[in-house]
Design a protein around this ligand. Sequence first.
Ligand code: HEM
Length: 467
Amino acid sequence: MTGGSPHGDPEPPDPGVLARIWRSVFRSTLEPETERERKRVVLDHLVLHVRPVRLPAATLRFTHTWGLGGMSLVLFVLLLLTGVLLMFVYEPLPGRAHESIVRLQTEVRFGQFVRNIHHWSANLLIFVAVLHLLRVYFTGAFHGARQFNWVIGLLLLVIILGAGFTGYLLPWDQLSYWAVTISTAMIAYVPGIGGWLQRGLRGGEAIGGATLLNFYTLHTTLIPATFLLLMAFHFWRVRKAGGVVLPHGVEEEPEERPATVLYFPNLLLREFVAGLILVALVLACSVALDARLGDPANQGMSPNPAKAPWYFMGFQELLLHFHPLFAVVIGPALAAWGLLFIPYLRYEPEQAGAWFLSSRGRRSSALAAVLALGVTPIWIVLDEFVMNPEARLAGLPPVISNGLLPFAILLAALWGLYAGLRRRGRASRGEAVQALFVFLFVGFVLLTAVGVWFRGPGMALTWPWKV
Ligand code: HEM
């Protein structure tokens, strides 16, 4: 039977799907007669529905997005693949969990390697997702049609942290047992429902078999399933917003419409290469550095110091300086609200597409970063060795002397910075809010670094190297 197009033209012989894909990937020049064919290849493949057929050429530049969203996806796929393999060996029982990991590492071929890939992908994912959030924020890619996608992104970040945290307990070694003990102890400070929340998560009063089963179930079913759903929604929203934000100035080009190129192969090839480099990096880390496994959990003996996972160390460090109600409830709740409402503040003008919004935005952010780099360590050292608000203001309850008062001072300082940038620096609202964000972010990173590297026995300040 001979085929024909609806217009009566004879249809060229079908070269086969593989040949079509091959040609579409490796032929980059646009010829009108092949464009229709390429579109068909794209439309034929469900997976490619998350990407448009054409996209603005200006968004191809790697430094516009750094490919960080795509990298998060690659890391998630690595986690999924290795996680399924780990489930064949791992046993979620207090008496068996640690032993099953030892068996995985010593008796199962490539067991240690698979565990290492899972470990490095998980840690990198937290890092890369935070970088992606920063990229989105600093290019102002959260206005208009992108507003709600920012919220979905935040949910994804919470899910990633939850995945890391629930996975942390599973090896059931001293470090993981006590890290989870400390982190879940922080939950008890939530007024009213803290104790209930803590017992729910632990499955009882103390960390034990019920906690391990809770964490295992969350880690292997609910969290990945929610992540998949949210991620699909996130990608769909990117498409609905017309792709990633356009670099600043592109709309003002002479033709008024940005020049476009085909997704296939222009972006696909770039994504593929970036993905391969990332996988190579994870594999290299997994060959060179083994995921740690300490002694089996001992419920009667806590290590000194006992620390939370690195991504919660900023909060543990805050706990050393502020009353718990402010360190782990009011502070994080305000930060979460602040992040959530970033896209919904009224910005005049809505600057988007340029890194740090403008040269003034860049200067304001640099100033805020330098301030945070100077003020945070000074404040940590002063609070540790000189100030002692609880002793100095002995007549006041600690929640005021060590909570409300220092917190009010911090808020006043932030307000001062904002007002100064607006009035004297003539920053727009977006630029001034951005500088506050930078100040708080750099401060939190420093708190995390101090907690991870500069805290020794008894959580006293110490040098990470021998002096
Ligand atoms: C594992 C988690 C995440 C994955 C897999 C992911 C994936 C992606 C991808 C592939 C894109 C388009 C390309 C790119 O910008 O690199 C994107 C864009 C976007 N993401 Fe995410 N993302 C994640 C987390 C987040 C987080 C934590 C936020 C912020 C709170 C966020 C907010 C956004 C927004 C607003 C856009 C649109 C940006 C624009 O139009 O330029 N995402 N995401």
